[in-house]
Design a protein around this ligand. Structure first.
Ligand code: ATP
Ligand code: MG
Ligand code: FE
Length: 343
């Protein structure tokens, strides 16, 4: 089964082609970072208009690149939510119209399910169900027990800022350009771990929830106490150490609590090198397996949507007849795939 995936939930227009036997054939991506940078954040109306401008040219590029004709497609998957409603409607309208014109099924994909499944894209290193998933993106921080496709139990989540959001807001405090996560990580590379220590929020008490908003205040106080530019890298390092260590503590706790032996990490922050090093060494010493998406597929992309959509289509699902886009859509509301064994 050959599936086209369309991702337009926020500020990346992403298209991907996934074949159930041959794997990922290719993907194309346009990031709107340059469009939104002067505004310091994503402007929803600009995002929708740009998705509309970019989707068809990116589709042509993907078909050319992979030598695929539209007539070879067996299904189309689009991100149906959660996200910016205008942006979602662009992908869902294009995806559903194209599917209708080609006489093939369309399916709406949950953006966080697509992130969650992205480390399973490579059949050579795919973990088996059940496993633990740590989703760390711009809008979510979730620890999920994954028992099967669509069988998700939320074990913990952020009570305030998401991990990626905390990176972005802290980067702004440090004077780094939007979007700040990768820039902060780069600055932290030059910093020393032993200069400043920040708290590991919500780790002293039991439980699997997270809170990252307090770290911003701590960083602000550090900047005020040490305003000289030479301290910036050490402050960035202290912030990154605190987030990474907190995520590690909660992952270990969740693995111990559930008895699960594999951890899947996805979402933009899973590209963070320091986080990967910390999780890899914990995996080696504690004896669990850890899986990530390839670095370029950690942030939003169409490949993960094509893959999740392919699994959902193989399980017999189809898009409902309404517009099929939802700005808010809790992951826990997803239903188990009606047919099992597609993975
Ligand atoms: P959601 O998926 O929750 O709707 P989103 O789609 O905006 O949110 P992603 O695209 O998964 O989020 O990830 C973007 C986030 O990842 C941003 O907050 C960005 O700063 C962060 N990020 C990307 N690379 C890194 C990195 N190397 N280190 C830390 N954070 C990073
Ligand atoms: Mg983005
Ligand atoms: Fe995302």
């Amino acid at each position: 089964m050959l599936v086209l995936g369309l991702e337009t939930s926020c500020d990346e227009t992403g298209l991907g082609l996934y074949h159930s036997d041959r794997g990922l054939l290719g993907h194309t991506l346009h990031s709107q970072v340059g469009l939104h940078a002067p505004h310091g954040g994503v402007v929803p109306e600009l995002a929708s208009r740009d998705h509309l401008r970019r989707t068809v040219p990116l589709l042509r590029e993907l078909l050319d690149q992979t030598g695929t004709g539209l007539s070879q497609l067996d299904g189309i998957a689009y991100t149906a939510g959660p996200g910016l409603i205008g942006a979602l409607l662009v992908g869902s309208s294009i995806g559903r119209s194209l599917a209708f014109a080609l006489g093939i099924p369309a399916v709406g994909v949950h953006h966080m399910e697509a992130h969650l499944l992205s480390p399973l894209l490579d059949p050579a290193s795919r973990p088996h169900f059940p496993f633990l998933a740590l989703l760390v993106s711009g809008g979510h921080t979730l620890l999920v027990q994954v028992d099967g496709l669509g069988q998700y139990t939320i074990l913990g989540e952020s009570v305030d800022d998401a991990a990626g959001e905390a990176f972005d807001k802290t980067a702004k405090l440090l004077g780094l350009p939007y979007p700040g996560g990768p820039a902060l990580a780069a600055l932290a590379q030059d910093g020393r771990s032993d200069r400043f220590t920040l708290p590991r929020p919500m780790t002293a008490k039991p439980g699997l929830d997270f809170s990252f908003s307090g770290l911003k205040t701590q960083v602000r106080l550090l900047i005020e106490a040490h305003p000289q530019p030479q301290h910036r890298a050490d402050i960035a390092r202290a912030f990154e150490d605190a987030v990474v260590d907190t995520l590690l503590i909660k992952c270990r706790r969740a693995l111990a609590q559930t008895g699960l032996g594999a951890l899947v990490v996805a979402g933009g922050v899973s590209a963070n090198r320091h986080l990967r090093t910390a999780l890899d060494s914990a995996a080696a010493s504690d004896g669990f397996a850890v899986h990530y998406p390839p670095p370029e597929l950690c942030t939003d992309n169409g490949a993960m949507v094509a893959f999740a959509g392919c699994l959902r289509l193989q399980a017999g699902e189809r898009a409902p007849s309404d517009c099929g886009a939802r700005a808010r859509w809790p992951l826990a509301e997803l239903t188990a795939a009606s047919r099992t064994g597609v993975l």
